[in-house]
Design a protein around this ligand. Structure first.
Ligand code: NAD
Length: 487
């Protein structure tokens, strides 16, 4: 083992953030590095009192300097934050890799995306305008996009460095005061990102942050009557609880939830494009990606041609310590490891053949949360492995004979996040793509989590509302119509 990780949070970033400063909470939680399975720091265990303070801070900001900050200045602040992230990218990537267990190369890519989110929304802040509406004689009618107020942002542990700017970027661009609640398993980089926003010059209270357990900090935040909107990214189950809280307070929310995305591969697909991308789409960050391509629907006539190439590439995937070169590191915690291995056990008890398995580096630590990537097939389309979100490096291969059957299988699950279609037949790709009840369709490419400019979100149990791209700005604002009579 070389270059053992030493990245830790800077000393001054401790506790929770409100009124532009870090405060001491009443309790603390250990943070554990997944590859080391050892605590290496601590985060604030926030509850009702800390959340009350954060909400009051956000409300005061809206009534104060932040509420009077012009859109162009909001954009400048975000753009500056993007440059600051870019300047500290390596330090942040080292911390992210240690905190989440993802290979350092992926963590570096996350920092590029993080800076780009700020660049994108920084540039957009002063370009969202309403319309003048032709109306009655003697009347002048316009619309404008106004902030929602205090927005709560609850994010998961898989890509915190991307989720943080993706969620607060458009909200700050539109003039909301934000409260970020990262997942208890991955807070380190979000804490530094919040501090960077302060350093960039956002006025006190524009950005606030509480950490802690979902059932405590997350529940206190989503139930708080002072919150005006909730942006939630996480599991379908927790999303249901957050929606109930939003309903009780009569506020809006966006839900980015789970997925079971299909890669539909036809025999005429280009192997050079298809093979690495299909494998990468399920092994990236150990399959802990909401838009992981966890179902491989393959035309039966490609079972002897393309499929062996995919299996061969899958068997070359390496599970490594995060600071080594390889495709995936550990999963995030012991619970997640048990969950993924539980699905593998189920597959094997039900006699599903293993078509390929990834390589476990001999240098893996004994205690880290590592699981072997496995590709099973053929899997019946109604088997749990083909329908449920595993959130691990497990690929279910499902053969199909006709285009109609491929569509029916792809659409048979309760999720609707993304889909990939692989074929040289353009008309067929378009025909199938337009039948997919998902938020994003990719043809001969796949952007698991990629594309800051591309609206992203789900249908069915994958959620509703759109993040990323221009449309996210509209989610974080309300349309106000103003009519004036002048005759
Ligand atoms: P999770 O739902 O357990 O946790 C997500 C967040 O919700 C965390 O910050 C957690 O602390 C908080 N939380 C937990 N209980 C809460 C409660 N009662 N009230 C309020 N907040 C609460 O999800 P996870 O295990 O961290 O993440 C994995 C899930 O997230 C997967 O299902 C994955 O598909 C989904 N996900 C979706 C997207 C997307 O954009 N669609 C992106 C990433 C992950």
């Amino acid at each position: 083992m070389k270059d053992l990780p030493t990245a830790v949070l800077p000393d001054h970033i401790t506790g929770f953030l409100a009124d532009g400063a870090w405060h001491q909470p009443r309790g603390w939680l250990d943070i554990v590095a997944p590859a080391e399975a050892q605590p290496y720091g601590r985060i604030a265990a926030c509850g009702q009192a800390e959340v009350d303070r954060a909400v009051a801070s956000a409300q005061a900001a809206l009534d104060g300097d932040w509420g009077r900050t012009a859109p162009a200045e909001r954009g400048r602040l975000l753009s500056k934050a993007g440059l600051m992230v870019a300047a500290r990218a390596e330090e942040l990537a080292q911390l992210e890799s240690r905190d989440t267990g993802k290979p350092i190369a992926q963590a570096r890519a996350d920092m590029v995306a993080c800076a780009r989110y700020y660049e994108y929304y920084g540039g957009a802040a002063d370009k969202v305008h309403g319309h003048q509406i032709p109306y009655l004689n003697g009347h002048y009618a316009t619309t404008e996009h106004i902030p929602l107020g205090v927005t709560a942002h609850i994010i998961p542990w898989n890509y915190p460095a991307q989720m943080f700017p993706r969620s607060v970027g458009p909200a700050l661009a539109m003039g909301n005061a934000v409260i970020m609640k990262p997942a208890e398993d991955a807070c380190s980089v979000p804490l530094v990102l919040a501090d960077i926003l302060l350093e960039a010059g956002f006025p006190p209270g524009a950005i606030n942050m509480v950490t802690g357990l979902g059932a405590e900090a997350g529940a206190a935040l989503s139930n708080h009557p002072g919150v005006n909107f909730i942006s939630f990214i996480g599991s379908t189950e927790t999303g249901g609880l957050v929606q109930q809280a939003a309903a009780r307070n009569h506020i809006g929310c966006t839900m980015e939830l789970g997925g079971k995305s299909a890669q539909i591969v036809f025999a005429d697909a280009d192997p050079a494009l298809t093979v690495p991308t299909v494998v990468g789409a399920i092994t990236q960050h150990a399959g802990q990606t909401c838009s992981a391509g966890s179902r491989l629907l393959i035309e039966r006539s490609a079972m002897d041609t393309l499929l062996p190439l995919i299996a061969e590439a899958f068997s070359k995937v390496r599970v490594v310590m995060p600071w080594m070169e390889g495709e995936l590191g550990p999963v995030v915690n012991a619970r997640q490891k048990a969950r993924v291995e539980g699905y593998q056990k189920l597959a094997e008890e039900d006699g599903l053949p293993i078509m390929a398995a990834g390589q476990m580096s001999p240098e893996l630590s004994e205690d880290g949360y590592f699981v072997q990537p496995r590709m099973y097939g053929p899997v019946p389309a109604d088997h749990r492995l083909a329908c449920e979100e595993v959130f691990g490096p497990v690929l279910a291969v499902i053969p199909f004979d006709t285009e109609a059957e491929a569509v029916a299988i792809a659409e048979s699950v309760q999720y609707g996040l993304t889909a990939g279609i692989w074929t040289r037949n353009g008309a067929r790709a378009l025909r199938i793509g337009r039948q997919m009840r998902v938020g994003q369709v990719f043809v001969n490419c796949y952007g698991a989590g990629g594309g800051i400019e591309l609206p992203f979100g789900g249908m069915k149990k994958s959620g509703f509302g759109r993040e990323k791209g221009w449309d996210a700005l509209l989610e974080f604002s309300a349309l106000r119509t103003l009519v004036m009579r002048h005759d």
